[in-house]
Write a protein that binds this ligand. Structure first.
Ligand SMILES: Cc1cc2nc3c(=O)[nH]c(=O)nc-3n(C[C@H](O)[C@H](O)[C@H](O)COP(=O)(O)OP(=O)(O)OC[C@H]3O[C@@H](n4cnc5c(N)ncnc54)[C@H](O)[C@@H]3O)c2cc1C
Length: 270
């Protein structure tokens, strides 16, 4: 049987590290889902000079410190990209590649994720378009699916879909794909060629947070939260750059701390 954690934290930067440290100090079991550090904003920062208590250091160095703290304190660290969150009866299931982790509360600390959708991607999401072979692959058994993406993860998901009996068209080239259809996705169009499909799996490097969790409310590109970092979805809290400006480390760490305390209070009230 899969372990059910008190809290799942998605992220690996300042907000996530702060949330993990606080939740662990409050005695909660915590699993963290974190993508490669090169996908965080901090990794790109040349020098950090305004984080209290630390001498100036490069973004990479500070990112490594946050990750080490997460690895030392979290009960479980799943490396990879969270693909989708499924809320079910006060439990949140998070799909990560072909893995799956579940918890009773969720803290989103995913930084800034930019919308960069193919034409038709948003329109047909859940109607033939999916980001998760593990979640939706079985729906396409015996059918034809396109897997768009050039990375290792896309290749693994294409292999997985073949193993469960899908006919897989691998679309590895970079470029502008378009998804068309009527009630559901029926065609992938690439460089003028129309490819008939029953489903499309899109595996980019990042998943916009607007696609990750159903039911969240956004304003000016950030997840709307209360002062206690709770979101419009009960049991889901958010912290850091993903809640909006200012994009600053001290704000991210502070919000991670508040989100963890609020998640603990939410769990203790149940
Ligand atoms: C060039 C540059 C310079 C900067 N300089 C400064 C500065 O001097 N001072 C300052 O205070 N701030 C600075 N910032 C801003 C600072 O880096 C951010 O405010 C801070 O990193 C936000 O922390 P965070 O934890 O919210 O997000 P991030 O640090 O972006 O971390 C988010 C994490 O979530 C992970 N993630 C995202 N989606 C998923 C998913 N689906 N599944 C699993 N993991 C996921 C990412 O891999 C990443 O590790 C700078 C930013 C840039 C780009």
């Amino acid at each position: 049987m899969l372990e059910l954690y008190d809290i799942i934290v998605i992220g690996g930067g300042a907000a996530a590290a702060s949330a993990v440290l606080t939740a662990k100090n409050r005695g909660k079991s915590v699993a963290v889902v974190m993508n490669g550090e090169e996908t965080s904003s901090l990794y790109k920062a040349e020098m950090i000079t305004n984080y209290p208590g630390l001498q100036p250091m490069s973004g990479r160095e500070l990112a490594a410190l946050f990750r080490r703290q997460i690895e030392e304190r979290a009960d479980d660290v799943i490396r990879g990209r969270a693909l989708s969150v499924m809320p079910m009866d006060e439990v949140f299931g998070v799909a990560v590649g072909n893995d799956y982790v579940s918890g009773r509360a969720l803290i989103l600390a995913v930084g800034i994720t930019r919308e960069n959708l193919y034409p038709g991607e948003g329109e047909y999401l859940g109607r033939g378009v999916s980001y998760c072979a593990t979640c939706d692959g079985m729906l396409y058994r015996g059918k034809t699916v396109a897997v768009i993406g050039g990375g290792k993860e896309a290749a693994e998901d294409a292999d997985f879909l073949e193993s469960i009996g899908c006919r897989v068209i691998r679309l590895r080239q970079n470029g502008k794909y378009e998804i068309r259809g009527a009630m559901k996705a029926e065609l992938v169009v690439f460089r003028g060629e129309e490819i008939p499909v029953d489903g499309v799996f899109i595996l980019k490097d990042t998943v916009s947070v607007t696609r990750l969790v159903p039911g969240l409310i956004y304003r000016d590109g950030g997840i709307v939260t209360e002062r206690d970092m709770s979101t419009s979805v009960p049991g889901v809290f958010a912290a850091g750059d993903c809640t909006g400006k200012p994009y600053q480390l001290a704000k991210a760490a502070g919000e991670g701390n508040i989100a963890a305390l609020s998640a603990c209070a939410y769990l203790e009230a149940r």
